[in-house]
Design a protein around this ligand. Structure first.
Ligand code: SAM
Length: 333
């Protein structure tokens, strides 16, 4: 194996997020508030063969964790096929193959994902109340997502992680309810601060519920104990319940407590662009290099050069901050 990828700040790059599609069947107001922008033509999207090929190279370069995302990754046809292919990379050094989904397709597909070799799953769930869920996601399918969570559990994709983006005026009053849900269902609950990654560019600082406030809201009901683990490149600060109940709490606070110093992530968009930061304003076309017939070693040189350009940090809190033009659904959350 080659030396692991490192950026110019000496951060090892171990995590790759691969977006399988820009398409999504939800309309979360903090991501795609004005509906889906025109999606890229099919020929611009990486094929499964191309994804498999470049992921093989990434794993050779030291990537240990691949997370499939989107858009809604389960809208890509036969996702089990690519899960199966990527799972074979575990023989070459991949340690963890995960998927982030809105859960809509899970009731009938959780088992086939597990059978194909998926290790872990993260399911987005912004509210436990039907009306709030509908307003936040644009679709009235809370029961189906809850069914999907249950199906994932039955399929053995545990421990299941749930992502909830907490936005002022929408669901901050549900934070403690989510903590109860985590205890009841033995779930790793992840609370995420609202980031300026919405396609409508309507984000405002007043809408952000800070990680600190989220923790306070939980502690009004349940005492938490910080997990005694080295955080490393993890996005979440993790806690367990002090009374020993099952479940776990993670708080992801990129806006108020940035964790860029230990970032180990890069992203590959569905149309084959490498992004070195969620907030990058530039992208690097791996697709063009691959389609122009570059050799494996030329592709490796390209990836290494791109990684050296990884930004030191994001600039959300700086006066001149410019949000990326593509929303989270295009970047691959
Ligand atoms: N469709 C899948 C899903 O819903 O999980 C995967 C893609 S989605 C873009 C990945 C994650 O990004 C979701 O948990 C979503 O809530 C989160 N997300 C999207 N826009 C966000 C924003 N503006 N701020 C914080 N998180 C966001």
């Amino acid at each position: 194996m080659s030396t692991p990828l490192r950026d110019s700040y000496n951060r090892p790059i171990r995590d790759l997020r691969v977006s399988l599609t820009d398409r999504c069947n939800f309309r979360c107001f903090y991501c795609l508030p004005h509906g889906e922008p025109p999606i890229a033509p099919k020929e611009q999207m990486l094929s499964y063969e191309e994804i498999e090929y470049v992921c093989d190279i990434f794993v050779e370069l030291g990537i240990e964790k691949i997370r499939l995302t989107g858009g809604e990754p389960m809208m890509r046809r036969d996702i089990e096929q690519i899960v199966y292919k990527l799972a074979q990379l575990k023989e070459k050094g991949l340690r963890d193959l995960a998927l982030t989904t809105n859960g809509y397709f899970l009731p009938h597909r959780a088992q086939s994902l597990k059978d194909a070799g998926l290790d872990r799953i993260t399911i987005s769930l912004d509210s436990l109340k039907r009306d709030v869920f509908r307003v936040m996601t644009g679709v009235d399918v809370l029961d189906r997502v809850l069914e999907g969570i249950e199906a994932a559990k039955q399929a053995g994709l545990s421990p299941i992680k749930i992502n909830a983006v907490i936005v002022r005026g929408h669901n901050e009053d549900e934070v403690a309810d989510f903590a109860s849900f985590a205890r009841e269902h033995d779930i790793k609950m992840r609370f995420i601060e609202y980031m300026p990654l919405d396609s409508g560019h309507d984000w405002s600082r007043e809408d952000v519920v800070s990680g600190r406030e989220i923790r306070q809201r939980i502690e009004e009901k349940f005492a938490l104990r910080a997990l005694d683990v080295v955080r490393g490149s993890e996005t979440a600060t993790r806690y367990v319940f002090d009374d020993g109940a099952p479940g776990e709490i993670g708080i992801i606070a990129p806006v108020t407590e940035a964790f860029c110093g230990a970032c180990s992530r890069i992203r590959l968009t569905a149309d084959g662009q490498i992004r070195t930061c969620l907030f990058s304003t530039v992208e690097h076309s791996l697709r063009d290099i691959v389609r122009d017939g570059a050799s494996r070693s030329e592709i490796i040189d390209f990836i290494e050069a791109v990684v050296m350009k990884k930004e030191p940090r994001h600039y959300i809190n700086d006066p001149g901050f410019v949000a990326p033009s593509r929303s989270m659904s295009f970047i691959g959350g």
